[in-house]
Design a protein around this ligand. Structure first.
Ligand code: GRF
Length: 195
């Protein structure tokens, strides 16, 4: 299964995919392209270190640059990619996104980075966790592939929460790629059901 990973930030989720391919957890997967909109993204460094092709994309060139990438691969992974995927690219291949909250809570426009964890703490919720979902035109609103729950501790700060959620993100991202790659799933309303 050929993957494209799109990332704007540190790239720890990208690294989790790279590591899972290296250690055989993700059998028969390979990353064909890493795409970023941020020239100083840690994700680019990580891709370079692993010898993966990198493409830098500008906002007004998204469709032109991403179309051939999406056509080439089997699965597109948004791993902290901060640009919206143009509508005309949404139905070429399955696209998954990892989000650091239990969607549909704390998602949507402007909900990224530490802001999500600030809102979770302010809400008083006792549990949180990451979500992997299919990408549709509805920001953070596509059918849910996988979620995992963890406790919000009384002494958590947005950054401690962010750090712990990241560990779970890596787990469910890899597991989601595995499940999606078997291609035995259907979309039932707002969720993805695997057989
Ligand atoms: C993660 O928190 C992910 O949920 C969100 O962006 C962040 C990316 O982190 N979409 P990293 O760059 O993979 O470390």
């Amino acid at each position: 299964m050929k993957l494209a990973v799109l990332a704007s930030g540190k790239g720890t989720n990208l690294q989790a995919v790279i590591d899972a391919i290296k250690d055989g957890t993700l059998e028969e997967a390979s990353i064909s392209w890493v795409v970023s909109d941020n020239p100083s993204a840690g994700a680019i460094e990580r891709a370079n270190r692993s010898g993966i092709n990198v493409i830098l994309v500008k906002k007004h060139k998204m469709t032109e640059v991403l179309r051939p990438v999406f056509e080439e691969v089997d699965l597109v992974i948004l791993a902290g990619f901060l640009k919206i995927i143009p509508d005309e690219l949404l139905n070429i291949k399955p696209i998954i996104n990892i989000h650091p909250s239990l969607l549909p809570l704390f998602g949507g426009k402007g909900m990224f980075g530490v802001k999500v964890q600030e809102e979770v703490i302010n809400s008083g919720m006792k549990v949180t966790g990451p979500t992997v979902h299919l990408v549709t035109g509805d920001i953070d609103g596509g059918p849910i592939v996988m979620q995992k729950c963890m406790e919000v501790r009384d002494d958590d700060t947005p950054s401690t929460l962010q750090e712990r959620i990241h560990e779970l993100e890596h787990e469910i991202l890899i597991e989601s790629i595995k499940r999606i790659s078997k291609r035995k799933y259907k979309i039932m309303g707002r969720k993805v059901v695997f057989s």
